[in-house]
Design a protein around this ligand. Sequence first.
Ligand code: DGY
Length: 323
Amino acid sequence: MEKPTVFVTRRIPEAGLRLVREACEMRLWEGALPPPRDVLLRDVRDCAGLLCLLTETIDAEVMDAAPRLRVISQMAVGVDNVDLAAASARGIPVGHTPGVLTEATADLTFALLLAAARRIPEGIEHVRSGEWKTWDPLALLGAAVCGATLGIVGMGRIGAAVARRARGFDMTIIYTDHERKPHLEAELGVVYASLDELLARSDFVSLHCPLTEETTHLIDADALRKMKATGILVNAARGPVVDTAALLQALEEGWIAMAALDVTDPEPLPAGHPLAHRADCIVVPHVGSATVAARERMATIAAQNLLAGLRGDPLVHCANCAR
Ligand code: DGY
């Protein structure tokens, strides 16, 4: 039987690639950077399946360029780069990979929170530059994490996993979401608050909401002004949830104390961007899910979603299917 042709937009962990290679005629973009738009439009043309990453814009134009497309499978939980409505209108299921990167992303969030609170990058720089001359009672003083108040914006899987970690630090945990989560309130002792209340009360504000029209620039100048001057903002969600220009102003003018970002807008953040060079801003290159185990599981589920869609079976995880 003829194997279906699929386009895989980057080399992914072998665990997933092997499944695709065995079942499909695989066209793999081998570049280190995402395929240019014209290549994407060209290489998807005769494909029944597309396995893509969050770095590609998968819109109606891509779908129309591939009239035989039966499934789109993204190796990520977030699918803000995929036009879900356009896919649904064409009857194309869109797979994604929730669950398997929750703990890795929550770990990274906590690493950022701790690194910002205790000024770890500045400490490393202190040693490397030879500034470390003595034990100094006044040097590199940071913020206490244990017992502080953590505000979680978006109490989904990752938000809840961050809350579980915060309990180990005896933090008071408040959260906001589009709806209350009574089961998590009972399980984790988290307390619901409006966004305004959360911003005003939290020592750490950690973002875990999906990027949608409603959450784009949710953290704008107004929101940043509502945070404590000692407050620390952590973003492990999507860059555009934060208004970058407003964040820069907030740090420059001391509206907040620090920011720690796994995601940025624009992304990648240009090396010369002012946020990349501030002691009060930690930026890492979107590595929330970057553990060997998480990336292998993401690749496997992305492959399984692709193959299920090609067979016409329900996807393991579908972002636009009726539940
Ligand atoms: C996702 O899955 O959406 C992350 O941002 C990358 O793993």
